[in-house]
Design a protein around this ligand. Structure first.
Ligand SMILES: *[C@@H]1O[C@H](CO)[C@@H](O)[C@H](O)[C@H]1NC(C)=O
Ligand SMILES: *[C@@H]1O[C@H](CO)[C@@H](O)[C@H](O)[C@H]1NC(C)=O
Length: 977
C-alpha cells in the first residue's frame, strides 16, 4: 500500500529527533564538562534616574543602573567606568558577579586596599549595567538597534560624570557583545570584552535586519583599532555554537591588525573548564580574571599595546607567549659548584630542590639533530618559569638556556644564552584518578604546572663545541619540582583515515614510554566541528610501575589556533572526547580555519607508559550526533519548506496535465514513493559539490559529510508528514465546531467583494500603522485553517465524494481561459448529473488546493514566529508606546491575505491557468522557492520567506488576478449553461 512510506517516514524522523535530543544532552555533560565555583556577593543597584528622556527617548523603555557592593562601595562613582550589556533575555543584574569580584580584589576588607594595589595608582571600578527588560534581541533587528542606540547614549551619559577623555571598558554577554561591537568606532571605548558572543553567525537567522547589523559588525571587527577579546565557553555552551564566537584574527601578512583575541575557557589558564552560556558571567574562575583584567585596564592609558599586554596576561590561554621576564640574561658558569652536568641522562628530575643551581643535559650532535629534530621540554611544579607560574607565592624560579663550551679544554666554562620558547603556558595537573575538572568546584588558583617547549637549534660549526640544555633553578625552597629533557617533535600515525574510523577503532602503542612530550599527528583524520573522536586508553594487564607521577599524562588538544582542550589521558571514565569548533558549517572563518588533521600532544613527567600501553581512536557516535543536533535545526526547518514546495510543485504538475488536483495525502504519498528517492540521491550528490560555506549543508563539499544531506532530507520529509497529521488533528475539532453552528462558508461572491475591499484596506492600514505584519500572517494562517476545516467538513458531509484517482467524472475546463476546452461529456450521462459532478469536482479541487496551501503556510510560521514572540514580549514590558519600526510593510503579507481571503469565499476555480503558462507554468515559482529553501535557507532563513512571499504574490497575480477585485468572474454553472 502506498501509504506505508508515509507511515515509516514520519515516525522515523521523530525517532531521529529524539536521538538528536538525547545526544545533545549527552554532549552538554560529557564533551567538555563544567567545573566552576559559584560566586557570592552582596549586590545593590542604583538607578541612574538622571539619564532620562532628555538624553534619549528610549529612556522610557530601558534603564541604566550602577552596581554597588553593599558595605564595600560608596554610593557615588569613584574610579574607572565599566559598562555591562546583557544578552538576549538577559538582565542587568548579571553584572553582579564580575563587579563584586572587582571590588573584593581591590579591597581586602571594606575600604582597606589590597596589598597588590596599595602601591599602585590603579583606581577601583564603577560597574554600570543597562537593563533591557529581558528583551529578545537575538530575534529582532530593530530591538537590537534600539539597544545599540540606547547603549551609545548611556556611554555618553556615563562619561559625562567623569573627567574629560575618560574611556569606558565595555563588557557584553551573548548578544550584548554584538551591541558592544556595534558601538564602534568610538573614541570613548577603551576595550571590549565579550562573553559567549556569537560574533560571526547570528544564532537566530529569521530577520534580515539582524544580518545587516552583523555585516556591519564584521567590517568593524576587521578594522577598528579598539582591542576586543572574546571569551567562549566551548562545547558546554548549548545556546550558541562556539565556532561563531571565534573572532577574525591576525594574519601573518598584516602586522598592524588590531588586537583580536579569542579565548576558550577550556584553555583559559587556571580555569580549564567548559562553561555554559549563562554560567559565563558567574563562573568564579572566569569572572575574577575578567574583573582583574578590567582593573588593570583602568591604568593602561590609551595605548593599544599596553591594553593588549594586560589582556594577554590576565586572560591567557597559552597560545601566545607571555611578555618574557627581564631576568633572562646570559649566564657564564665559571664556578663549578654552580652547575652540574647530568651524565648521559635523558631526563632531569629535580625533587625537593633547595638553593640555586644550573643543570646541564648534553645535546646530541648536529647530524643526529638533523635526522630527528628535537624539542627541549621543561615542566615546573610549584614554581615559576620565566615569570609564568600558578598564582602562589612559591619562590622557585626556573629558566632555560642553551649552553656551549669548547670540547678540547679540561676545565670547561660553559657559556649559556637564554633559549627562546616556542611555547610557554600553564597546563592543568589534577590529582590522578579524580574527575577533571572537579564538578561544581573546578580548578584552584594554586594548581597547574608550567610547560616550556623550545626547538633545539642545529648549528653546523659545532666540531669543537659541546652543547647542553641548561636548566637553572633559583631559590628552591624544597617544595617545587622540575622535570626537563628532550623529545621528538612529532609522531605521525599515517595509517588510519576518517573513513576507516567509520568502521573500526585504531590502536596506537607508545613507542617511548618515558617521553615528556609525545605529539601524535593523524594526517588522514580530519578535524571538524561535526565529528567527535573518542580516545580510549589501552591498559596493561599488570599493575602500574609508578605510583605518584609529578605530572600524570595530560592530553593537550589544540584544534584551532585559538582553541585548546585538556584531558587527563588516563581518565577514570575511559571516554575522552576529542572535539573542535572549526571548521564548522555556515561559519566562514577569517583566516580560514585549518582543515588540519587531528593532532594532539600528551605531556607527562616521564611516566607516560606507567599504566597505559597506548590508546585507541575511534568515532564517538553519540557525541557526533549531538554536534549535528545543535548545528542543523535551521536547516531542518528550511528543508521542510523545500519539501513542501516540491510536493506542491508536483501536485500542480498533475493539474497542469489536466488531472484533478490530488489531495495532500496523495501528494505526500506520491512524494514518499517517487520524488523522495530522487531527492535523496540528488541531495547526496550535491553534498559533494564545493559550494561556499553559506550554502546547502555548509560543509563545502566535504565527502565525509555528504551522507548528512540525505539524513537531513529524511528527517525534514518525515517532519512534513508529522506536521500534516498534526494539522489534521487540529482541523477535525475546528470543522466539527463549524458545522455545529451550521455556518455555511459558501457565500455569493458579488455582494462580498465590496466589503472585502474595505476590510482589506482596513487591515493594511492597521498593519501600516500598528500591528506588525507577522501578526497579520498568523491571522491569515488561522483564517485559512478554519476555511480548510470547514470545507473538509462539507466534503465529508457530501459523502459521495469522488476520489481524484477515479476518472469517472470528466474534467471540465473553463472556457475562455486557454481555449482548449476539453469537454468530453459522455452522451449517456444525464446533464444535471454531470453538472453536479463538476461542481463537486471543483469543490474537491479547491479544497485540495487550499490544503496544500495550508501546509505551506504552516511551515512558514516558524520563520515569523520569533518576531511575533518579540512583539508580544515588548507589548508586555514596554506597552503600546514602543515603536515597532520596520515591521509594518504590508506587502510582506499582502499575497497571503488576498489568497486566504479569496479562498474563503470563492466558489469557482481557485487558480486559473493563463494562456502564456503553456510556455512556462507558474508552478516553476514553487521550484524556485524549493531551491531557495534547500540552498540559501539554512544560513539565511529569512530569504525563504522572501521567496515564498514573491512566489505566492506572483501566483496570486497570475492565477487569481482580476477575479479577486471583481473582474470577469466565471462560475461553473454559468459556463455550463
Ligand atoms: C532629566 O534630568 C535632568 C537632570 O535631573 C533634568 O534637569 C531634566 O529636566 C530631566 N528631563 C526630563 C524630561 O525629565
Ligand atoms: C563620547 O563621550 C562624550 C561625553 O563625554 C560625548 O559627548 C561624545 O559624543 C561621545 N563620542 C562618541 C563617539 O560617542
Amino acid at each position: 500500500m502506498p501509504a506505508s512510506h508515509t507511515l515509516i517516514l514520519g515516525p522515523l524522523s521523530l525517532i531521529a529527533l529524539v536521538l538528536f535530543y538525547l545526544a545533545a544532552g549527552d554532549i552538554a555533560e560529557n564533551l567538555s564538562p563544567q567545573g566552576c565555583r559559584m560566586s557570592w556577593m552582596s549586590p545593590s543597584y542604583v538607578l541612574q534616574s538622571k539619564f532620562n528622556t532628555s538624553w534619549t527617548p528610549l529612556a522610557r523603555r530601558y534603564s541604566l543602573w550602577l552596581y554597588r557592593e553593599v558595605g564595600w562601595d560608596p554610593n557615588q562613582i569613584q574610579g574607572t567606568p565599566v559598562l555591562f550589556i546583557p544578552g538576549n533575555a538577559g538582565s542587568s543584574h548579571q553584572v553582579r558577579s564580575i563587579a563584586s569580584s572587582a571590588t573584593r580584589q581591590f579591597y581586602t576588607s571594606p575600604y582597606v586596599l589590597a596589598p597588590e594595589f596599595a602601591s599602585r595608582t590603579l583606581k577601583p571600578l564603577d560597574f554600570f549595567a543597562v537593563e533591557f527588560n529581558e528583551d529578545l534581541s537575538a530575534f529582532h533587528g530593530p530591538t537590537l538597534d534600539s539597544q545599540i542606540t540606547y547603549t551609545s547614549h548611556a556611554i555618553s551619559y556615563i562619561l559625562s560624570l567623569y573627567p574629560l577623555n575618560t574611556q569606558i571598558i565595555v563588557m557584553g554577554h551573548s548578544m550584548g557583545g554584538i551591541v558592544a561591537t556595534s558601538l564602534l568606532p568610538s573614541s570613548n571605548i577603551s576595550t571590549i570584552i565579550t562573553m559567549s558572543t556569537p560574533h560571526t553567525l547570528p544564532p537566530a537567522r529569521f530577520d534580515s535586519r539582524i544580518e545587516k547589523i552583523y555585516t556591519k559588525a564584521q567590517r568593524t571587527l576587521a578594522s577598528d583599532p579598539t582591542p576586543i577579546i572574546s571569551l567562549c565557553g566551548g562545547a558546554t555552551d548549548m545556546m550558541i555554537p562556539s565556532e561563531s564566537c571565534i573572532l577574525p584574527t591576525d594574519t601573518p601578512a598584516a602586522d598592524d591588525f588590531p588586537f583580536r583575541r579569542t579565548v576558550f575557557t577550556s584553555a583559559l589558564e587556571g580555569a580549564w573548564t567548559g562553561v555554559g552560556h549563562r554560567e559565563m558571567v558567574w563562573c568564579h574562575q572566569v569572572r575574577w580574571r575578567v574583573a582583574r583584567a578590567a582593573l588593570e585596564l583602568g591604568g593602561a592609558g590609551t595605548s593599544p599595546t599596553g591594553k593588549a599586554d594586560i589582556l594577554d596576561t590576565w586572560l591567557r590561554d597559552g597560545h601566545v607567549l607571555p611578555p618574557i621576564a627581564a631576568d633572562s640574561d646570559g649566564l657564564t658558569l665559571d664556578d663549578p659548584a654552580a652547575y652540574k652536568i647530568m651524565p648521559e641522562a635523558n631526563h632531569l628530575v629535580l625533587l625537593r630542590h633547595r638553593g640555586s643551581r644550573t643543570f646541564l643535559l648534553p645535546l646530541p650532535r648536529a647530524e643526529r639533530l638533523v635526522e630527528t629534530p628535537l624539542k627541549a621540554v621543561v615542566f615546573v611544579g610549584m614554581g615559576s618559569l620565566l615569570g609564568l607560574g600558578p598564582r602562589t607565592d612559591i619562590p622557585l624560579r626556573v629558566s632555560v638556556f642553551l649552553c656551549t663550551a669548547s670540547s678540547g679544554a679540561e676545565e670547561v666554562t660553559p657559556q649559556c644564552s637564554p633559549l627562546k620558547p616556542s611555547l610557554l603556558k600553564l597546563i592543568p595537573n589534577p590529582i590522578p584518578g579524580t574527575v577533571f575538572p572537579a564538578p561544581n568546584e573546578g580548578t584552584d588558583e594554586s594548581e597547574g604546572a608550567v610547560a616550556f617547549e623550545a626547538d633545539v637549534p642545529v648549528e653546523d660549526d659545532d666540531a669543537g663545541l659541546k652543547r647542553w640544555l641548561g636548566v637553572r633553578a633559583d631559590d628552591g625552597d624544597g617544595l617545587g619540582w622540575v622535570v626537563g629533557g628532550l623529545s621528538k617533535r612529532e609522531e605521525v600515525v599515517a595509517a588510519p583515515s576518517s573513513l576507516s574510523l567509520l568502521f573500526r577503532k585504531v590502536d596506537v602503542l607508545f613507542s617511548d614510554k618515558a617521553a615528556l612530550r609525545s605529539h601524535f599527528v593523524f594526517p588522514n583524520i580530519i578535524s571538524n566541528a561535526l565529528i567527535v573522536y573518542r580516545y580510549t586508553p589501552i591498559r596493561p594487564a599488570e599493575d602500574p610501575w609508578c605510583s605518584d607521577p609529578l605530572l600524570a599524562p595530560m592530553i593537550s588538544h589544540t584544534s584551532h589556533p585559538a582553541e585548546t582542550h585538556y584531558f587527563p589521558a588516563n581518565a577514570p571514565t575511559d571516554r575522552i572526547l576529542l572535539h573542535s569548533h572549526a571548521p564548522a558549517p555556515y561559519v566562514a572563518s577569517n583566516p580560514p580555519a585549518p582543515r588540519g588533521p587531528l593532532n594532539f600532544v600528551i605531556y607527562s613527567s616521564g611516566t607516560l607508559g606507567c599504566d597505559m600501553l597506548g590508546f585507541s581512536i575511534g568515532i564517538d557516535w553519540s557525541a557526533t550526533l549531538g554536534r549535528w543536533a545543535s548545528r542543523f535545526p535551521a536547516t531542518l526547518v528550511s528543508w521542510a519548506i523545500g519539501v513542501v514546495a516540491v510536493t506542491l510543485f508536483t501536485a500542480w504538475g498533475a493539474e497542469d496535465r489536466n488531472i484533478p488536483m490530488p489531495s495532500v495525502k496523495d501528494s505526500l504519498s506520491y512524494y514518499g514513493q517517487h520524488t523522495f528517492r530522487k531527492l535523496l540521491l540528488a541531495s547526496f550528490v550535491v553534498a559533494f559539490i564545493a559550494l561556499p560555506v553559506d550554502y546547502y549543508i555548509g560543509t563545502r563539499g566535504g565527502p565525509l559529510f555528504a551522507p548528512l544531506a540525505p539524513l537531513l532530507l529524511l528527517v525534514a520529509s518525515g517532519l512534513v508528514y508529522v506536521s500534516w497529521w498534526v494539522l489534521m488533528c487540529l482541523m477535525w475539532p475546528i470543522g466539527a465546531l463549524g458545522s455545529l453552528f451550521g455556518r455555511s462558508r459558501v457565500r455569493e461572491s458579488p455582494s462580498v467583494r465590496r466589503s472585502t475591499i474595505v476590510s482589506m484596506g482596513l487591515i493594511f492600514a492597521l498593519i501600516f500603522l500598528f500591528v506588525p505584519w507577522q501578526v497579520a500572517y498568523l491571522g491569515c494562517w488561522l483564517i485559512h485553517l478554519i476555511t480548510c476545516a470547514s470545507s473538509a467538513q462539507q466534503i465529508y458531509q457530501l459523502g459521495s465524494t469522488p476520489t481524484p484517482s477515479v476518472t469517472a467524472i470528466p474534467l471540465i475546463r473553463i472556457a475562455g481561459v486557454d481555449g482548449d476546452v476539453q469537454e468530453e461529456k459522455p452522451e449517456e450521462v444525464p446533464n444535471h448529473e454531470a453538472q453536479r459532478g463538476a461542481v463537486q469536482q471543483h469543490r474537491l479541487d479547491n479544497h485540495n488546493h487550499n490544503m496544500h496551501l495550508l501546509l505551506l503556510m504552516t511551515w512558514l510560521l516558524p520563520l515569523v514566529a520569533p518576531v511575533l514572540a518579540v512583539w508580544v514580549r515588548t507589548l508586555l514590558t514596554a506597552g503600546l508606546t514602543t515603536p515597532f519600526d520596520g515591521d509594518h510593510d504590508f506587502l510582506n503579507v499582502a499575497p497571503f491575505l488576498v489568497l486566504v481571503d479569496f479562498a474563503s469565499w470563492n466558489t469557482n476555480v481557485l487558480f486559473e491557468r493563463q494562456r502564456f503558462e503553456r510556455a512556462l507554468s507558474a508552478r516553476w515559482l514553487l521550484a524556485v522557492l524549493a531551491g531557495t529553501a534547500f540552498f540559501v535557507g539554512p544560513r539565511r532563513a529569512y530569504s525563504v520567506f522572501d521567496a515564498a512571499k514573491i512566489a505566492v504574490g506572483l501566483i496570486v497575480m497570475i492565477r487569481v488576478g482580476r477575479r479577486y477585485w471583481g473582474g470577469a468572474g466565471w462560475s461553473v454553472d454559468s459556463n455550463d449553461r
